[in-house]
Write a protein that binds this ligand. Structure first.
Ligand code: IPM
Ligand code: MG
Length: 363
């Protein structure tokens, strides 16, 4: 059966960067007869404007029957004051939950030519290559009970969330972490707050238990505050980091900026049947939306991750990664990566990458 991709550009620069990835996708499909079945639908604020909801049932159903989902970005100030369930971010959270995309892979690596674009010293980040495995469908993001209420006795409002993890949720994400480490440098650092939170103490115990099945992987633990600091002081000590939903959210933003620009980093969110949603780590960046200056590389590399993890096209993934590497080596820079005016506009990136592919093919 043909593989299917659902493309959800979303809001802000999500639309521009998706356009670039789509240009590449269509061309690869044509060149290599991939016979991919591609659909494009609204999501986020754009969907709210068109259909009254950030995530329609049609999109959920289509997503469930697709092999891969390419997700741009959602959000924008014009939707900040909408009721909770209408906010664009709910689309992202809803898709993660509906498809049970519990394993979020966020690689952070540095293209050596971009070391100067990072705020950190070159020697700290040179050869950076780490992977954050973030639990994505549990923890405080989804725990019940949650709410904002009024305490009538004390006459003041209060709000609460629940940070909860079931054993099976910890086990399955820990396994993903160990397996990823086995394919890399065999080091896994589990991040928690076991000195304060019961849920973290439990997390640590379960991760220790799972580690018995992976004797070849060296397991360490770090507290989340220390891990945040270590990522900035000495990021190269890490190979794979595994963490809960909230800590992974925070650490992955830190890790992303180490690489020079958050516009470079892709991510994959997978369920247990290799179905996946692929999105850049950056958001919708409303301040630069529609100016044709966004960096589409994270989105293009997300497409590459989709080839690798959900579409059974690992060689194509490698080829596309090589083209992106070559694009950077040749000196092309989007606006986020350079101080001068000599940058390449968003809508010119895809055709340059395809030119590089031609060069590889003719070699
Ligand atoms: C991310 C984002 C999301 C999250 C937001 C937009 C809901 O920050 O994917 O890291 O918190 O998970
Ligand atoms: Mg985040």
């Amino acid at each position: 059966m043909n593989k299917s991709i659902l493309v959800l550009p979303g809001d802000g620069i999500g639309q521009e960067v998706t356009e670039s990835a789509l240009t590449i996708l269509y061309e690869l499909d044509r060149r290599y007869n991939l016979n991919l079945d591609v659909s494009i639908m609204d999501v986020g604020g754009t969907s709210y404007e068109q259909h009254g909801s950030p995530l329609t049932d049609e999109v959920i159903n289509k997503a469930k029957e697709s092999d891969a989902i390419l997700f741009g970005a959602v959000g924008g100030p014009q939707w900040d004051n909408l009721p909770w369930n209408k906010r664009p971010e709910q689309a992202l959270l809803g898709l993660r939950k509906e498809l049970e995309l519990f394993a979020n892979l966020r690689p952070a690596f540095l293209f050596k030519e971009l070391a100067a674009a990072s705020t950190l010293k070159t020697e700290v980040i040179a050869d950076l290559d780490l992977l954050i495995v973030r639990e994505l469908t549990g923890g405080v993001y989804f725990g019940e009970p949650r709410g904002i209420e009024k305490d009538v006795v004390n006459n003041q409002g209060y709000a609460y969330n629940t940070m909860i993890y079931y054993e099976n949720e910890i086990k399955r994400i820990a396994k993903i972490g160990f397996e990823a480490a086995q394919k890399r440098n065999k080091k896994l650092c589990s991040v928690d707050k076991a000195n304060v939170l019961e849920v973290s103490k439990f997390w640590r115990e379960i991760v220790e238990e799972v580690s018995n099945d992976y004797p070849d992987v060296k397991l360490t633990h770090q507290l989340a505050d220390n891990a945040a600091m270590q990522l900035v002081i000495n990021p190269k000590q890490f190979d794979v980091i595994v963490s809960s939903n909230l800590f992974g959210d925070i650490l992955s933003d830190i890790a992303a900026t180490l690489s020079g620009s958050i516009g470079m980093l892709p991510s994959a969110s997978l369920n247990s049947s290799s179905q996946g949603m692929y999105e850049p780590c950056h958001g919708s960046a409303p301040d630069i939306a529609h100016l044709n200056v966004a960096n589409p590389i994270a989105m293009i590399l997300s497409l590459s991750m989709a080839f690798k993890y959900s579409l059974e096209l690992p060689q194509l993934a490698e080829q596309l990664d090589n083209c992106v590497r070559q694009f950077i080596s040749k000196g092309y820079r989007t606006k986020d990566l350079t101080d001068d005016d000599n940058f390449i506009y968003t809508n010119k990136v895809a055709s340059k990458i395809l030119d590089i592919l031609d060069e590889f093919e003719n070699d």
